[in-house]
Design a protein around this ligand. Structure first.
Ligand code: F6P
Length: 365
């Protein structure tokens, strides 16, 4: 039987924004229009736009001049879950499954498939939609680099570049004031940003969730440097760094969000504790959302373009409900259900961890 030719698709960006999203949108839309003459719709604000039935046609010119621009022209949301959508009912919050409403919004416009650009939360929801019969392809995004099944996500290289530049700047002020400076970076439950930026920035101590730290060991490392005449130290701490006793610093909880926990605050906490135990002057810098902003690096632009194009080609080949991945330098894809609910963390004996140890970096153990 001949395969029915696809005519109309939609594209959306979900979860936290990151540099390179626009480059993917551009690659998807240009490939769809140039090579296949498809009609393309852009969903506003991720799953929230699907729930609220907000989408517009995207023309070729709508995606011109966006390759180098950070953020997403479509907008995004990391709090709306169509399978557990929070609705205020008086003083109470009710959670409803509004996924059928989303499917209707697509079907009413004749949209046959969706390209979902997002991280693990977005892919977990995409896998649920796939079970309901929606044809979709996922594109892995996140500065955290923690998406299961792919070696790298776009946005990571830019975040590491930004974090490294910040560490370099902190270095000079730490050295001038003979201080311990703690730079807190993002990454959720994975230490990829801290590890890469920490090594690139020559951090003396790197703290990541995968290697639980002991406070006395961090203080020893810092005091040891003082004894050797090094009058300053740089500590790079992942926001999700965990103490041996399991302590993690949670900034806030967002009800209804697919991942309600927001980490953050370990930097100032460490500054206080290390100051108290070493009597050295400590300061903390929280890089926060700066890491998600700005123009994508050339590497991220190229990766985003490759992945966006690959997603569209997969759809046109009839492959559905897969995530486009880069594995050992090769493009391939994985079924969404294999990716959903899993994250990729730093192996404790990763080459970069071993190299960092070899050059004298402490992991607080
Ligand atoms: O997943 C990307 C990320 O920036 C994490 O590194 C961070 O923990 C989280 O999002 C912050 O989320 P929000 O933008 O909701 O504060």
């Amino acid at each position: 039987m001949p395969v029915k030719r696809m005519r109309s698709i939609a594209v959306m960006t979900g979860g936290g924004d990151c540099p390179g999203l626009n480059a993917v949108i551009r690659a998807v839309v240009k490939t769809a229009i140039n090579r296949y003459g498809l009609e393309v719709w852009g969903v506003h604000d991720g799953y929230l736009g699907l729930i609220e039935n907000r989408m517009d046609r995207l023309a070729y010119n709508d995606v011109s001049n966006i390759l180098t621009v950070g953020g997403t022209i479509l907008g995004t949301s990391n709090t709306a879950n169509p399978f557990r959508f929070a609705v205020q009912a008086g003083r109470r919050m009710l959670y409803q499954d509004v996924s059928d409403r989303c499917l209707r919004a697509l079907a009413d416009r004749g949209i046959e498939a969706l390209v979902c650009i997002g991280g693990d939360g977005t892919m977990a929801t995409a896998a649920q939609f796939a079970k309901k019969g929606l044809a979709l392809v996922g594109v892995p995004k996140t500065i955290d680099n923690d998406l299961y099944g792919t070696d790298v996500t776009f946005g990571f290289d830019t975040a590491v570049t930004t974090a490294t530049e910040a560490i370099d700047k902190v270095h000079t002020t730490a050295s001038s004031h003979h201080r311990v400076m703690i730079v807190e970076v993002m990454g959720r439950y994975a230490g990829w940003i801290a590890l890469h930026a920490g090594v690139a920035g020559g951090a003396d101590v790197i703290l990541i969730p995968e290697i639980p730290y002991e406070l006395p060991k961090i203080c020893e490392a810092v005091l040891g440097r003082s004894r050797r005449g090094k009058r300053f130290s740089i500590i790079v701490a992942a926001e999700g760094a965990k103490a041996k006793d399991g302590r993690m610093i949670v900034r806030t909880r967002i009800a209804g969000s697919p991942d309600p926990i927001r980490l953050g605050g370990i930097g100032p906490w460490l500054a206080q504790e290390i100051g108290a135990c070493t009597s050295l002057e400590c300061r903390a810098v929280i890089l926060g959302h700066v890491q998600r902003g700005g123009t994508p690096t050339p590497q991220d632009r190229a990766l985003a373009t490759t992945l966006g194009h690959a997603a569209l080609e997969l759809l046109m080949k009839g492959v559905k409900n897969h995530l486009v991945v880069l594995k050992d330098g090769q493009l391939s894809s994985l079924p969404l259900h294999r990716v959903a609910g899993r994250i990729r963390t730093v192996p404790a004996h990763h080459a970069l961890v071993r190299a960092a140890r070899a050059v004298g970096t402490s992991f607080g153990v």
